[in-house]
Design a protein around this ligand. Structure first.
Ligand code: SAM
Length: 194
């Protein structure tokens, strides 16, 4: 299994306009692109991938999304389609347990610690950061990795401290600071070579 956890610092926690993903939805465009790059290949879906998104924007944070590649149906890789699926999930009443919204898409009230506690039982947490070890040196030794990455803001200091308590390793995909979805593409590329 491969997992990705994207922290959406401003991503809103109520239904939003699909016409303004990058603005009033709190950079939901980044989240949609990350989901697309994590899940989709040409004419198919990576069935061995799960994507988790922590939504920390107003008005009702925190909320978490879980997207399970092996269960997903009726999802297309474009931002508008994925945005619509997230919007539908955000219309549900949430509590601590995962609630199914559409096939393969779940939502719950969870914060970063809740998520990492749950996910570290089945994944080895890998923090993606520019100054980490070169992914090419470690990719083939990563078993059941969960890659944690930030949005345009990165990870706030306290969230980074939390991630570092769970992370087995800090990994870099480039000497450049890249966009989150670009990092996901590189991670898949390097792991697919193994
Ligand atoms: N201004 C933000 C900062 O300083 O953290 C930039 C965040 S970057 C657009 C989004 C996320 O992608 C980062 O939080 C990090 O997890 C990941 N990232 C970006 N470049 C990376 C690299 N070269 N190696 C590993 N992860 C990277």
């Amino acid at each position: 299994m491969r997992g990705f956890l994207i922290v959406g610092n401003k991503a809103v926690t109520k239904p939003f306009s699909l016409k303004d993903l990058a603005g009033s939805a709190g950079r939901m465009d980044i989240i949609c692109r990350c989901i697309a790059q994590a899940l989709f290949i040409s004419h198919g879906i990576r069935r061995d991938v799960e994507v988790y998104v922590l939504l920390l924007g107003e008005p009702d944070p925190p909320k978490a999304l879980k997207i399970v590649g092996s269960e997903v149906r009726y999802m297309a890789p474009d931002e508008r389609n994925i945005g619509g699926i997230i919007r539908k999930a955000l219309s549900l009443k949430v509590d601590y347990s995962w609630k199914r919204s559409t096939p393969g898409v779940y939502i719950a009230r969870k914060n970063l610690i809740d998520l990492l506690e749950e996910l570290s039982k089945k994944y080895n947490v890998v923090y993606l950061r520019e100054d980490g070890v070169d992914i090419r040196d470690v990719a083939c030794r990563l078993e059941n990795p969960l890659f944690v990455l930030g949005d345009h803001i990165g990870l706030r200091e306290e969230d980074e401290k939390t991630v570092m308590k769970y992370a087995k390793i800090v990994v870099s995909v480039s000497k450049l600071s890249l966009q989150a979805d670009q990092c996901i593409v590189i991670v898949h590329y390097e792991l697919d070579r193994c």
